[in-house]
Design a protein around this ligand. Structure first.
Ligand code: ASP
Length: 347
């Protein structure tokens, strides 16, 4: 692997803990003065990598990120696509997995790295993980071999691991190792060297041009099952005005209660054209409808399998597909296929 001395990275600085420092008098966390960001990392000046940054002012906590922010990220990448070797998005960790998943669908035929990263401790604090996360992300965003980009994917880099963005979930609010990809292997590990696992990385078809799609439909809901859930609760969610798709968070391998009222409610919703996608509440493993009797009904109620997708990936894939395609059959067809490595389909 070579870091080309003249490589260039665009840093999109959206906010999150990484962008904070402690006020010396009050001790409270506040956004750093953006111009001082690179002062915290003098190493970058000597790396030979040219880093340009675009701040999203005011910087935002990622709990406030919503689809227009994804759109802004996508459009900035489109506008600057030819001028940079790769892109690094500094983002709060709380909803980073949603943003990375959304961008993986919105940036079709991506052939350059888009690396999301952040930190558990603000960049201005002594023990912060920000500097290492950021510097390694910048290195990954410029990594090439024989002139070819090594990781042309939307990824999350955190602590020492590079994950496919749409396979990632925030797992820890305390440890520096904040993310995991439960159903897909890491794309790289950063130790003394950065080791890339090529067979896990997705490469676009040669010559395919970047296509940015920004239409998003937010009429989605999540219905999380629990023992004792009432008919009233289920019906309230399935009958939300204008609802177009529901992520059904089921038990184990995709199982649900066999009560007649539950089946009838799902069947009635799918008959109205509402998409229902089955996602297991387990982090690891896949939905396998029909393996147990408790999921047979779901198949006949018209529920689709989310296989081993994360909730973040299903929610954002639904928003993207419903925004881009009018035909329900087309949305269903695309939903049942892996578009950019977000799921493994059981045969
Ligand atoms: N609340 C912060 C955010 O997601 C947490 C973080 O950045 O780690 O913006």
């Amino acid at each position: 692997m070579v870091i080309a001395k003249d490589s260039a990275v665009l840093l999109l600085f959206t906010g999150g803990t990484i962008s904070m420092s402690e006020d010396p008098t009050t001790g409270a966390l506040r956004p750093i003065d953006f111009d001082r960001l690179l002062e915290y990392m003098p190493e970058l000046k000597h790396s030979g990598i040219s880093v340009k940054s675009i701040p999203f002012l005011p910087l935002i906590d990622s709990s406030d990120v919503y689809p227009p922010v994804w759109e802004r990220i996508a459009l900035i990448i489109q506008e600057h696509y030819d001028d940079f070797d790769g892109f690094v998005v500094l983002h709060g960790t709380d909803t980073m997995a949603y943003s990375a998943s959304a961008l993986s669908f919105m940036l079709e035929n991506l052939s350059k790295p888009v690396i999301f990263t952040g930190a558990q401790l603000p960049i201005g604090m002594m023990r912060s993980d920000a500097k290492e996360n950021l510097i390694t992300s910048i290195e990954i965003a410029t990594a090439k071999e024989n002139g070819q980009t090594i990781v042309p994917e939307v990824c999350i880099f955190f602590e020492d691991t590079l994950f496919r963005g749409n396979r990632t979930t925030k797992k820890n609010a305390e440890h520096f190792s904040a993310f995991n990809s439960y159903n897909y292997p890491a794309l790289a590990k950063a130790g003394v060297h950065i080791k890339y696992f090529r067979s896990a990385i997705h490469y676009p078809a040669a010559g395919a041009k970047l296509r940015v799609r920004t239409r998003i439909d937010q009429n989605i809901a999540i219905l999380k099952l629990f023992p004792g859930i009432t008919e009233q609760t289920v019906n309230a969610i399935l009958n939300i005005p204008n609802i177009k798709a529901i992520v059904l968070e089921s038990f184990g391998a995709g199982n649900a209660p066999r009560k007649a009222w539950f089946y009838d409610a799902l069947k009635c919703a799918t008959a109205k054209g509402i998409l229902i996608v089955n996602k297991s509440q387990c982090s690891t493993g896949s939905v396998e409808m029909g393996r147990y009797e408790t999921s047979l009904n779901l198949v006949s109620a018209g529920v689709m399998s989310g296989y081993d997708c994360t909730t973040e990936a299903i929610v954002t894939k639904l928003m993207y597909l419903l925004g881009e395609y009018e035909s329900l059959d087309e949305v269903k067809h695309k939903l049942s296929k892996s578009m950019c490595g977000e799921m493994t389909i059981l045969q």
